[in-house]
Write a protein that binds this ligand. Structure first.
Ligand code: SAH
Ligand code: SF4
Length: 367
């Protein structure tokens, strides 16, 4: 089988070059051509000798996922549906803002963790994405944005990616090795050269993997809290039954020792009548009193069959005020790309095998 060089980090590319009988510095050139310039054809790599380009073409490919569709919302949010083979597809979303462009990247096809308010979770788990499929999202987005730029210099939405959030489909820490290799590439100066502060990983709270991430590649961390006590979190985020809140907060404290920011971002989806009362807000304030953190309240994004309703703007405001008055920095996430279903938790892609894992199997799958 031909090697897909998109699966390789800097070190693996060096090994590959040595195996080919080439000098190790060729790896740096390859890394730049692929990730900085977005080239997927060896022919275009003009500072490589013709013989080497030919050799590469016989041994390897550079193969990101196939773009199935590409939609831009009224607010400039852009969503790509990418095919990853066997009838499966994933979604990637670009969110342009005045001073940055954020790409929301997927890590799995479906998700085993079955949070009750999440459309990806409702699909069940299909498989982990490869490194090529994860980093390929960044490569494709940058290429597409560059193209838009060339065609239309007036559009605001055409800037390249400056920030990455691992907040697309899937639980990134349940696909640890591939996600960390992709993160390494995002940070590598010869690849995407993003700083650790500009790359945020969001997790539902897989504690052992949070500890491993702290050691291997401590990027900024967001934790999906969604409830102020175990009874409620057990229902909304079932993995809480295995990794309850107290242990989760202790893991956040440990993470902060290596984190590029001096706070953890807690995400909190606002579900009408479920977790959005003043009592919940007060309980939350007590809960996190010893954890340096910021809150990001996410208005629930409705999808067919979810069974939940979005909290009213009034409840969200009151909830935010309780947190703010207690000195917690709190933002309310703007809902972007609503008209193309590109908002948090609406990413669904297409999953061929919709078999739902049982909770027992899910727990086994997530060590
Ligand atoms: N699996 C990871 C990252 C992907 S989800 C995690 O759970 O953290 C990114 C964020 O969107 C999470 O905070 C998730 O809880 C939230 N989310 C999921 N479904 C949502 C929905 N329907 N409306 C709003 N936010 C949602
Ligand atoms: Fe998975 Fe995150 Fe959705 Fe939960 S919220 S089901 S962990 S993608």
């Amino acid at each position: 089988m031909t090697t897909n060089l998109l699966n390789y980090d800097a070190k693996a590319l060096v090994d590959f070059c040595i195996e080919m009988g080439e000098k190790p510095f060729r790896a740096k050139q390859l890394l730049r051509w692929i990730h900085q310039f977005g080239k997927v054809d060896f022919v275009e790599m003009s500072d490589l000798a013709k013989g080497l380009r030919e050799k590469l073409s016989t041994l390897a490919v550079i193969e990101p996922p196939q773009i199935v569709s590409d939609h831009t919302a009224k607010d400039g949010t852009r969503k790509w549906l990418l095919s990853v083979g066997a009838g499966n597809s994933i979604e990637t979303v670009f969110i342009p803002e005045a001073n940055r462009g954020t790409l929301c990247v997927s890590s799995q096809v479906g998700c085993a963790l079955a949070c009750t308010f999440c459309s990806t979770g409702k699909q069940g788990f299909n498989r982990n994405l490869t490194v090529a499929e994860i980093i390929g999202q960044l490569l494709l987005a940058n290429n597409a944005l560059k193209k838009t730029d060339a065609n239309d210099l007036t559009t605001q939405s055409s800037r390249a990616v400056t920030n990455v959030v691992m907040m697309g489909m899937g639980e990134p820490l349940a696909n640890f090795e591939n996600v960390v290799t992709a993160l390494d590439l995002m940070l590598d100066d010869h690849a995407y050269g993003l700083s650790r502060r500009r790359v945020t990983l969001s997790t539902s709270g897989l504690i052992p993997a949070m500890d491993r991430l702290r050691e291997r590649c401590p990027v900024a961390l967001a934790v999906s809290l969604h409830a102020p006590n175990d009874a409620l979190r057990d229902q909304l985020v079932p993995i809480n039954q295995k990794y309850p809140i107290k242990q989760l907060l202790a893991a956040c404290q440990r993470y902060l020792q290596a984190a590029p920011r001096d706070f953890i971002t807690f995400e909190y989806v606002m579900l009408d009548g479920v977790n959005d009362s003043v009592t919940h807000a007060r309980e939350l304030v007590k809960l996190v009193k010893d954890t340096p953190c910021k809150f990001n309240l996410i208005p629930f994004n409705v999808f067919a069959g979810s069974g939940y309703k979005r909290s009213s703007p009034e409840s969200v405001r009151i909830f935010r005020d309780v947190l703010m008055q207690a000195g917690l920095v709190t933002t309310v996430r703007k809902t972007r790309g609503d008209d193309i279903a590109a908002a948090c938790g609406q990413l669904a892609g297409l999953v061929k095998d919709k078999t739902r894992r049982t909770m027992r199997k899910t727990m086994e799958a997530v060590k």
